[in-house]
Design a protein around this ligand. Sequence first.
Ligand code: PMP
Length: 388
Amino acid sequence: ADAGEPTIPADLPLRNDLIGEEPYGAPQLDVPVCLNVNENPYAPKADVVNSIAERIREAAATVNRYPDREHEELRQAFCTYLKRESDANLQPNQVWGANGSNEIMLQLFMAFGGPGRTALAPAPTYSMYPEYARDTFTQWQTVPRNDDFTVNVGATIDAIKSVGPAMVVLTSPNNPTGTALPMEDLKLILEACQDAAVTGAQPGTHPIVVVDEAYVEFRDPGTPSAVTLVNDYHHLAVSRTMSKAFAFAGSRVGYVAAAPGIIDCLRIVRMPYHLSAITQAAALAAFDHTDEQLAEVDHLRDIRQQTAAWLEQQTYKGQPLRVMPSQSNFLLFGGNLDERELIFEQMLERGVLIRVVGPDGWLRVCMGTDQEMARFREALVESLRAVE
Ligand code: PMP
């Protein structure tokens, strides 16, 4: 399914800074066990499929007209969901949807990044951010995380003061490490941003803080989400998605919770009618079945804990594997896998697709069904023995 050899003719005036660049994305391979892109492995139940089809059928009847540009009904559904899921009290003018949280992020970079400005993030983190930065001519700068991949709050605050970023991007739980950012640390960074000036922007402006909570539903129950801070910090934007826990990746729906002022900024850069009537209809139908869509989240969290404990008992070259504590639906494991590409290949030969991502020596696996995880375990033991 991948594009194959590059075919871009040299006489096409592709932007100078894009020459030699390649499209980013995990391999899309036809493999029995796909544990590489952090999806929810459980397909929608028949009654959910029927509801989606019914809503889309209704939307199809007026598809000669443009959709509701402001997606009012869907924004109300985001608020209802965030109240239920995180006990956040938000109004529709504090939420905004797009085609995946990828598009939310791009809109944030378009509105707040740009030439002469910097986006700052603790690294390692999600590898799409530097691409949004490139596409919007924003400088991308990182601060190393601690050895255990927690955010180095002191170093991050120092960088905020010295760099004056327009945006600080915090991912919680982080991809690919699974690490959560404690609320106390987030508040320290929010407060540092309230006092910092933005380089390359109007005097008197302060950095916005973007918290990417793509995986947040997999956190330990009872842990607060950053969406509960949106009413207190007008420079905070919390991005969410229906792609992961909500089991809706194929429909491409993400959203952001933020002060109305931030939403108004996003409205300036969005494409006209960016969310199709079909997408809005499908998302509304899925929200009608929130319980069913989230039904396996507890189970996947249990599987994550069991898999982490199992991985810690495995060895490579006589040394135990390390497993990073994860609050998401994937695990970063190894630390000592000096031949991780070979291990990945061996897994693939056994029909199990995982991900080579993050710092050297580590691999990432996302949680599948019980059957898929059994195959993962079997394949991993064989692959480690084959390579070491
Ligand atoms: N943020 C993070 C941290 C992710 O890992 C992903 C998906 N891999 C996304 C955002 C984008 O997800 P989507 O566009 O499907 O909402």
